[in-house]
Design a protein around this ligand. Structure first.
Ligand code: C2O
Length: 555
């Protein structure tokens, strides 16, 4: 592979959406941020220079970072932040991956404006497992706040309550015509008739899983999280924050000029307050002069075709989501095998969910019953340390920074789908799980539904996992494992733990380092729904984490 160099200047830029003008943190003044394009096998050198008052880190979401854990990016996990005026070069090689991923800031809520696509093209002699598309188009979904997301989350955390929701969802940074004062900020994709387009869909929103569809067009899913899947047709996609989905769009053979809405809006299984507004973009057929051989073109004049709206499913369409997720299967071919671990060395059962914590004595909290909102894994609400876990691990200085007693099971169990117990105690701490090199892990994550009814898109850094089972209700270790899919489970880096249900994943801990795992709903991460795995070095030199680069920021 070759070496590709990118310069990312983190700087403020004035941007207007919904008639609100504000200064946002950007890469090179762009919103959304620049696209990174590379080929499988390439080395990337991304020089990040921080010109803003905020501390910054960037994360290459879904890149495995084999042997390059120092470049992963989560603040206080693999690195200390890049402070104002400082520079850090992220240096990593893309090994064994091709497809669509994303990069984003990984500190506080800065990823609300700092994000962009990563496109990894296959090696020159590897083709797609589908016909070559006529054109490829990245479509990145996001959120827009009229206010400052950094201030919104810090005030909410201080008050122990939920924060304000965003003011709009966006398609490639644009909210579209269904919002007030936004018609001129509409993403438009112009297409030709009778062609196949590869849409590289990315959900970079902070806090919502999103449905996406295009009026009168079916989509063929061919890849998720940069891993090919068995192709299937669907009218609607569900994409959780942190997930990516490649789809083929076949344009109709016979529209001379027509426009259709594409739209994205949340999937939300709860009741109560949510923002049900819709981001919209436009798919526009380019005008082509009718030819004598296609009389059908002459019969349709532009005026005859109204702007068609897609029929998005109800906000809480659990049945659709369940069937969408069941359709996701690895290709499992000789060229693209499914390497799901067939045996398990260590089993973990994690409860994930929202709850409350007592309000600190010197404060008043606006959460339920005067408590503060909290989120936890096995009742541990993870506290970020003041120095990076990876450095502490590498230099043998864990003492006082983290402990290795992260519980492998919840402290007590109950009927997770029934009436929750009201005496749940959430502990705070910086606890990790240590794994020997090459441990085969099975992890079952059960939503507790203690408070709120969101599903939790759990994201694991440093690995892809295989989704071997999922269901609603309580996980049963006797009943469910015999039905696990060990043949063609989907392989990905972010999976939704369904509200009131569970998901089982397997991965092989073959990448030494410290790897963050957290809910990719940024609010839940802020509340503590996060933890870390410490994967120890193996015996061989290539199984050891190399020392940190000399420009690694200090805390
Ligand atoms: Cu996309 Cu830890 O994040």
């Amino acid at each position: 592979g070759k070496t590709r160099y990118y310069k990312f200047d983190i700087k403020l830029q004035t941007v207007t959406r919904l008639c609100h003008t504000k200064s946002i943190v950007t890469v090179n003044g762009l919103f959304p941020g620049p696209q990174i394009t590379a080929q499988e096998g390439d080395r990337l050198l991304i020089e990040v220079v921080n010109h803003v008052p905020n501390n910054i880190t960037l994360h290459w979401h879904g890149i495995r970072q084999l042997g390059s854990g120092w470049a992963d990016g989560p603040a206080y996990v693999t690195q200390c932040p890049i402070q104002t005026g400082q520079t850090y070069v992220y240096n990593f090689t893309i090994i064994g991956q091709r497809g669509t991923l994303l990069w984003h800031a990984h500190i506080s809520w800065l990823r609300s404006t700092l994000y962009g696509p990563i496109i990894i093209i296959p090696k020159p002699d590897d083709s797609y497992p589908f016909a070559n598309p006529y054109k490829e188009v990245p479509i990145i979904l996001g959120e827009w706040w009229n206010g400052d997301p950094e201030a919104i989350i810090s005030e909410a955390l201080q008050a122990g309550r939920g924060p304000n929701v965003s003011d709009a969802y966006t398609i490639n940074g644009l909210p579209g015509p269904l919002y007030n004062c936004s018609a001129k900020d509409t993403f438009k994709l112009t297409v030709k008739t009778g062609k196949t387009y590869l849409l590289r869909m990315i959900n970079a929103a902070l806090d919502e899983e999103l449905f996406f569809s295009i009026a009168n067009h079916s989509l063929t899913v061919v890849e998720v999280d940069a891993v090919y899947v068995k192709p299937f047709h669907t009218d609607t996609l569900l994409i959780a924050p942190g997930q990516t989905t490649n789809v083929l769009l076949e344009t109709k053979p016979d529209y001379p000029k027509a426009t259709f809405f594409m739209a994205a809006r949340p999937y939300f299984t709860g009741s109560g307050t949510f923002d049900n507004s819709t981001a919209a973009g436009i798919l526009e057929y380019e005008y082509q002069a009718p030819s004598i051989n296609s009389p059908s073109l002459i019969s349709i004049s532009p005026k005859d075709i109204p702007l068609l709206k897609p029929s998005l499913p109800p906000l809480n369409d659990i049945a659709l989501v369940t069937s969408f997720q069941k359709s996701l299967r690895s290709l499992a071919t000789t060229q693209f095998p499914c390497n799901v671990p067939q045996t398990v060395d260590r089993r973990f059962f994690f409860t994930v969910g929202l709850g409350t914590r007592p309000c600190p004595k010197n404060r008043t909290c606006q959460g339920p019953n005067g408590a503060q909102f909290s989120a936890s894994v096995n009742n541990v609400s993870f506290t970020l340390p003041t120095t990076a876990l990876l450095q502490a691990h590498f230099f043998g200085q864990a003492n006082g920074i983290y402990t290795t007693d992260f519980p492998t099971n919840p402290p007590f169990s109950f009927d997770y789908t029934g009436t929750p117990p009201h005496d749940t105690v959430v502990n705070c701490g910086t606890k990790v799980v240590e794994l020997a090199f090459n441990t085969s892990v099975e992890l079952v994550m059960q939503d507790t539904s203690l408070l709120g009814t969101d599903s939790h898109p759990l994201h694991l850094h440093g690995f892809n996992f295989f989704v071997v089972g999922q269901g609603f209700g309580n996980y049963d270790p006797n009943k469910h494992p015999p039905n696990f899919n060990l043949v063609d489970p989907v392989e990905r880096n972010t999976v939704g733990v369904p509200s009131g249900g569970w998901v089982a994943v397997r991965f092989l801990a073959d990448n030494p380092g410290v790897w963050f795992m957290h809910c990719h709903l940024e609010l839940h991460t802020s509340w503590g729904l996060r933890m870390a795995w410490v994967v120890m070095d193996g015996e061989l030199p290539r199984q050891k984490l190399p020392p940190p680069p000399s420009d690694l920021p200090k805390c």
